[in-house]
Write a protein that binds this ligand. Structure first.
Ligand code: ADP
Ligand code: MG
Length: 376
């Protein structure tokens, strides 16, 4: 029988009495690639937070390679061999992909010493191999700032692998990627699964189908069912929870929201009033009911955490009408509070990217302020 890399027993996590995870049981074999899916709020991120020690269980046990994890600090758990890829890439943009990877292979060295000292031969091979694995060998010596969103994600996955973890945890790796990048991410994860145990959390069903052998469905903090993609997709319980939370918002509408949300997040602080403005607009224009609104609120928070730059979002707006709508919604959002320096800068950037005639801008700004009054 294969060894268990992870065993989770009756795990409960309460936040002020609310059970984000509720008596959850889970086990996974060494070498497995497991995908975890579930509607928003199912507890997927909390599940990873407990495994990495970011959140302590209220009840229950987590065992990694037979060792109990409860009570251990995050860095201690990382040292045991659990690596996590966060949603926001954490890479040094001024350094090249090669330098970023070298830093990870040299955990105890400072940024400066890695740059100044020649890299030992053996290590260079590892970094070279990694660059090839993540498909960045042709861009290895350009600043990481020039990479696409997808390439940054791959670099971060490479940086994680450079630390040689036994278990890789990957939270929504394809959000915001193009179809082609999504497919290549799937190939990368499958390649990594040959030498690591991997848990991937994902929303994108097509992507799950591409990579998944075994799927675990979470719902309301517990495991709803497990099986192959075909088995879980045909399970009536899964169909029910997914239909119950499906939003009818289109990708175009979501894009508008993300642009507006980027405004609100300009100063690193998404004020509740701005959140309300966005959601109010949503509920009027896009969302059909309160359920959908709650689900959108959650999606937006996740999207915000990814901090996708405007330069990547705005070009995806295809029609002038969409560009006008993006301006109005964004102006509403920043005007819902006193406009601060950071927001003003981002707004100027948006205007430049949108490239609308000045008369149109003034007209839309005035209309946005009118619109805002209707909420007050
Ligand atoms: P998922 O990743 O599946 O969308 P999460 O694990 O992020 O779900 O959240 C599960 C539930 O727990 C949600 O209802 C969320 O609002 C709640 N939750 C998550 N973290 C906290 C926290 N720190 N405090 C209070 N509630 C939280
Ligand atoms: Mg999540």
């Amino acid at each position: 029988m294969a060894n268990k890399i992870l065993e989770i027993d009756a795990l409960t996590v309460s936040f002020d009495g609310f059970k984000a995870l509720n008596n959850l049981n889970f086990a996974m074999n060494e070498g497995e690639l497991r995908v975890i899916i579930g509607p928003n709020g199912a507890g997927k991120t909390t599940f990873l937070d407990v495994i990495t020690g970011k959140v302590q269980p209220t009840q229950g046990k987590v065992k990694f390679k037979g060792k109990k994890l409860s009570g251990r600090a995050e860095h201690d758990i990382a040292r045991l061999g659990i690596g996590r890829k966060f949603q926001t890439p954490r890479i040094y943009l001024n350094l090249t992909p090669r330098e970023n990877l070298e830093l990870c292979c040299n955990q105890d060295k400072s940024v400066l010493s890695t740059l100044l000292k020649p890299t030992p031969k053996a290590e260079r091979r590892t970094v070279g191999g990694l660059l090839e694995t993540i498909g960045l060998d042709h861009k290895s010596d350009k600043p990481a700032a020039l990479l696409s969103h997808g390439e940054k994600q791959w670099l971060e996955i490479g940086m994680l692998v450079a630390q040689s973890p036994d278990l890789l945890l990957v939270d929504e790796p394809v959000a915001g990627l193009t179809d082609e990048e999504t497919e290549r991410t799937g190939e990368l994860l499958i390649a990594l699964a040959e030498s690591h145990s991997v848990i991937v959390i994902e929303h994108d069903m097509e992507f799950v189908r591409q990579i998944a052998r075994q799927v675990t469905v979470l719902h309301e903090g517990s495991v709803l069912c497990e099986g192959t993609m075909d088995e879980v997709q045909n399970d009536p319980r899964v169909i029910e929870v997914y239909l119950g939370s499906e939003t009818s918002i289109t990708p175009d509408q979501m894009l508008l929201l993300r642009i507006a949300a980027t405004m609100a997040w300009a100063d690193g602080n998404f004020a509740p009033i701005q959140q309300d403005v966005i959601l109010d607009r949503l509920s009027r224009q896009f969302a059909q009911d309160a359920n959908e609104q709650a689900s959108l609120r959650h999606d937006l928070k996740d999207l915000l955490a990814k901090k996708i730059p405007l330069e990547e979002l705005v070009p995806k707006l295809t029609t002038p009408a969409e560009r006008e709508q993006a301006l109005m919604l964004s102006y509403e959002v920043i005007s819902s509070n006193q406009v601060n320096q950071a927001e003003a800068v981002v707004y100027q950037k948006l205007l430049k990217l949108l490239d609308l005639p000045p008369e149109t801008v003034s007209r839309l700004e005035a209309a946005a302020l009118e619109q805002l009054k209707t909420y007050q």
